[in-house]
Design a protein around this ligand. Structure first.
Ligand code: UDP
Ligand code: MG
Length: 310
């Protein structure tokens, strides 16, 4: 069985269109279907749409949040209640083309992979500035984090039950799915498709929301920012030490360092640097505590010849 997890936030117009588009493909997919819609506290008629659909079709299920908890929370809730052996995560606005599903199912069944991801081949139709920052974000995160993230990869992906279970083991509160999908490992293959515009409604991500989201990604998957303090502190101490030597040598050789200000500046620089360095060291420990509190599994086993309980 295939579970389709769909987060919805103010999507009253898109839901019927999405449902029809997927239903059309049902014969091609050769799978029993289960829809898990998650209403992320919408304030339009999303919930009544979902109720109506669930009343008509017994393979449609929905969860409705008490308020908006965000797409990440909706994804987590959806994955938790999905029961299929294959699970896919899709946006309801048809920016994730359902036509790709039969091909993805075929790939996962015939090849030795656990996940088929999708990526946009281009960013056509997206504001220039947004594309620019998105690209910079991927460059940055892939440099400073050991968890690699594919530029242009969408959340739209088809996963095996095993991989979904692994993701559910990561129960951290601040979720950044792109990172989590990558963190759990497993073999992922990507297929690309040209960018699509949403069918109806409006995007609920403005620039500010995306910016904060990207900061979440950086903080959750990298401790590079914590190292900045140590680095600046060490550099400042080093600079101060050199300047001190310079002042001493100058005083000894030329006897002209009358006013006390150069030595004062050196002392200030040195102490300031020392403080930053210590902050950086404390930051390192906080980083470790941060990781521990997420209670991520220490490892994820994919295969063994021992019998393990799932
Ligand atoms: N979404 C959600 N909660 C939010 C924002 C978005 O559940 O706070 C859902 C939305 O209904 C859609 C998907 O996440 O199904 C992607 O959102 P959107 O299309 O607005 O994002 P974009 O495609 O512009 O990145
Ligand atoms: Mg969209």
């Amino acid at each position: 069985m295939l579970s389709i997890v769909v987060p919805c936030y103010n999507e009253q117009e898109s839901i019927p269109l999405f449902y029809q588009a997927v239903e059309k493909l049902r014969p091609e997919m050769g799978q029993e279907l289960e829809y898990v819609f998650v209403n992320d506290g919408s304030n339009d008629e999303t919930l009544s749409e979902l109720r109506a659909l669930a009343g008509k079709d017994s393979s449609v299920h929905y969860l409705s949040f008490s308020r908006a908890f965000g797409k990440e929370a909706a994804l987590y809730a959806g994955l938790q209640s999905a029961t299929g052996d294959l699970v896919t995560v899709m946006d309801v606005d048809l920016q994730d083309p359902p036509e790709l599903l039969p091909k993805m199912i075929h790939m996962i069944q015939t090849q030795d992979i656990d996940c088929v991801g999708t990526r946009r081949a281009d960013r056509a139709g997206e504001p220039r500035l947004r594309s620019f920052f998105a690209r910079q974000f991927y460059r940055l995160i892939n440099r400073i984090s050991s968890t690699q993230m594919v530029d242009g990869a969408r959340d739209f992906r088809l996963m095996t039950r095993q991989m979904v279970n692994a993701i559910l083991q990561l129960s951290e509160y601040n979720r950044f799915s792109k990172g989590l999908f990558s963190w759990v490992g497993f073999n992922t293959k990507y297929i690309s498709y040209p960018n699509r515009e949403r069918v109806a409604g409006q995007t609920s991500w403005n620039f500010w929301k995306l910016f904060n989201y990207s900061l979440d990604g950086i903080v959750n998957f990298s401790d590079a920012p914590l190292n900045i303090a140590s680095f600046v502190g060490a550099a400042s101490c080093f600079g101060a030490a050199i300047a001190m030597i310079f002042i001493v040598v100058r005083a000894l050789l030329f006897h002209n360092s009358a006013a006390g200000w150069p030595s004062l500046v050196c002392i200030i620089l040195f102490l300031g640097g020392l403080q930053l360095l210590c902050l950086g060291i404390i930051g390192k420990y906080i980083g470790k505590i941060f990781l521990e509190t997420k209670k991520r599994p220490v490892y994820i086993v994919k295969e063994t010849d021992k019998t393990v309980k799932d």
